[in-house]
Design a protein around this ligand. Structure first.
Ligand SMILES: [Zn+2]
Length: 306
């Protein structure tokens, strides 16, 4: 196992999702004990536990779990920590799904089919009393550390970015960034909203974060550059899909050329093949075709022949 990257109270836990350095959870040590931001998928609960143990803690020590949103690579193991007694913090629009995850799992199964269990594992309900919905701007004080919820829709309508000191836990709305590569927006259905996303980037920038704690992946020490690249690539990627849709391309037909486009875009930054694969693991390109197509059809009904 590689050594965990740490900054002040925050330690990156690598959950080893198909490769090193693709999906993280973060352990935050406070004077009231350790908290987690993100949990990874339930299929990797064992890896999460091993990583927490390696930092000197048991799962039962974790009383507070913050999730940026309820997608399975972020909140999949939240219910397991709740079984050990933890409280789970979430956006008000995500709370019901943690209490009753049936619909969430059903829609994921439609996408992943037989790969569902292997990739994501199970999700069981969390009792209402252990789910805490956080309003925009609301803070949770744990001893010497304060976690502030900033509502940041765009990737998902129920997305929260957490501010801790000089840093931001940006979930998926802050983009995917492997190593020092470019920042790429993950654009899965059903909630993609580019206007909301642009506003959310402004909200994150307004905090002037020195550090970005990226779920995909790790601690970034250059807040402003990180968002420049994200804004740039949002426009490029969304524009590519819209252009094809105008000519009548279907989602299915767009997937292979989109994968080639994303490959070339990443290669254009000088990334080696291995890093390009890691981006694909953290954010499968085909999902973005479906997420963007849904967004454009809703935004410009009648603009596209197919
Ligand atoms: Zn994600």
């Amino acid at each position: 196992m590689t050594k965990a990257d740490a900054l002040g109270p925050v330690t990156t836990l690598d959950l080893h999702f198909q490769a090193e350095g693709t999906v993280a959870a973060f352990l935050v040590q406070t004077s009231e004990g350790p908290a987690l931001v993100e949990t990874g998928p339930e299929s990797l609960y064992g890896n999460l536990e091993a990583a927490v143990n390696a930092q000197g803690f048991a799962m039962t020590d974790i009383r507070h779990v913050f999730v940026t949103h309820i997608h399975l690579d972020h909140a999949g193991s939240a219910w397991r920590l709740a079984r050990h007694g933890a409280k789970v913090y979430v956006h008000p629009r995500g709370a019901a799904h943690l209490q009753e995850p049936g619909k969430l799992m059903e829609s994921a199964r439609r996408i992943y089919k037989d790969d569902m269990d292997r990739l994501w594992g199970r999700m069981e309900s969390i009792p209402e009393g252990q789910v805490v919905a956080l309003a925009d701007g609301q803070s949770v004080q744990l001893g010497n550390e304060s976690f502030q919820a900033i509502h940041t829709p765009g990737h998902a309508n129920h997305h929260i970015t957490y501010r801790l000191g000089d840093g931001l836990f940006t979930g998926d709305v802050g983009g995917i960034r492997i190593g020092d590569g470019p920042t790429i927006p993950p654009l899965p259905p059903p909630d993609i909203d580019l206007e909301a996303w642009a506003d959310s980037i402004q909200r994150m920038r307004a905090v002037k974060p020195r550090y970005i704690y990226a779920t995909h992946f790790g601690i970034k020490r250059d807040g402003a550059t990180h968002f420049d690249s994200l804004e740039d690539n949002l426009v490029r990627i969304a524009g590519w899909v819209r252009e094809r849709m105008v000519t009548g391309a279907t989602e299915e037909a767009m997937v292979p050329p989109f994968q080639a486009f994303m490959h070339d875009l990443l290669a254009g930054y000088g990334l080696p093949e291995r890093a390009i694969e890691e981006y694909e693991i953290a954010d499968p390109a085909f999902m973005s075709v479906y997420g963007l197509a849904r967004y454009w059809r809703k935004k410009e009904p009648g603009a596209f022949p197919a």
